[in-house]
Design a protein around this ligand. Structure first.
Ligand code: AMP
Length: 293
């Protein structure tokens, strides 16, 4: 497995592979790899000749600071969150290699965003709701880095996790609108045995918080069951989810929304498939999860 740090070397490598007729599958990550990432990488290995994993903690998606909006407590600033984001390239490289990666692309932030950097990709509307409402500029950072990485790595297929549903929808919109020739595949959320969605941020949870964190998935299952039983009233379902989550004293809801899968607008009466998404602070850690039902 190769570790490539230079943008130019990454581009040249991809070009060579395409000349040789190889397909490239790509998994963009921020590192601190867990089973969720590794499942993606194994899948890419099955479906492509070459697997490229990027490990890049993208500074521009962390934003200056959390906004103090209604239920959002600014428990950490964007800068703090960026600085304390877990980084362990040595371990990540071992895990990547075992899962079938051929290349890790890990550029320095300075190379991706030199002092002269000016260009950003913004997907309007889709970036301003759900998590975007509480993290202004976050999805601009995501769409920008995804565009840059697609241009550098030039993959045939890029793989994203359903865990970050809004991100996947925004990236799909970006490549569609900007005619970027890459197929986007969204893979199911990988969970711990008790249902907690795997996330690099779970490492911040202490023992009690870890126990309380299962309430996110429990609330989603509650919503799924209510919808299955014929409840079509989104606000009633959200109210019941809130009641469940509020029983955990370390949990503080940032948002719970039931939205349309395409435009992410809140749904009043549930008649089609919907995205049930939530963001909850567990202590000082903000966790997100969702299901489509
Ligand atoms: P991140 O390193 O958090 O930026 O995640 C990199 C990719 O892995 C994104 O497409 C995520 O959606 C995906 N991912 C993260 N956690 C999970 C999970 N638990 N299940 C499936 N995909 C995941």
């Amino acid at each position: 497995m190769k570790i490539i740090r230079s943008i130019k070397e990454m581009s040249n490598f991809s070009q060579m592979m395409h000349i040789k007729g190889k397909t490239i599958g790509f998994v963009p990550t921020m590192g601190a790899l867990h089973e969720g990432h590794l499942t993606l990488i194994r899948q890419v290995h099955k479906e492509n000749d070459i697997v490229v994993v990027s490990i890049f903690v993208n500074p521009i998606q962390f934003g200056p600071k959390w906004l103090w909006l209604k239920e959002a407590k600014p428990r950490s600033s964007g800068l703090e969150d960026y600085r304390r984001y877990p980084r362990n390239l040595k371990l990540d490289a071992q895990l990547c290699e075992k899962a079938g990666a051929d290349v890790i692309f890990c550029p320095e932030a300075q190379q991706m965003y030199p002092g002269s950097y000016k260009t950003y990709v913004n997907v309007s509307d889709l970036s301003d709701c759900l998590c975007g409402k509480f993290r202004p500029g976050h999805f601009k950072g995501v769409a920008t880095v995804a565009t840059k990485l697609f241009n550098i790595v030039n993959p045939d297929i890029a793989y994203f996790g359903q865990k970050d549903a809004q991100q996947a929808i925004i990236v799909k919109k970006t490549v569609g609108d900007l005619n970027i020739p890459v197929q986007i595949k969204v893979m199911p959320t990988i969970r711990e045995k008790d249902g907690l969605a795997m996330s690099s941020r779970n490492a911040y949870l202490n023992k009690e918080e870890r126990q309380d964190a299962t309430v996110l998935y429990q609330a989603l299952i509650l919503a799924k069951n209510l919808i299955r039983e014929g409840n079509i009233n989104a606000s009633d379902i959200i109210r019941k989810m809130r009641q469940l989550i509020n029983k955990k004293k370390r949990a503080q809801i940032q948002y719970i929304l039931i939205v349309d899968l395409k435009d992410l607008k809140p749904v009043d009466k549930i008649r089609d498939k919907v995205l049930v998404a939530l963001s909850v602070w567990i202590g000082k850690t903000r966790l997100i999860d969702n299901i489509i039902t």
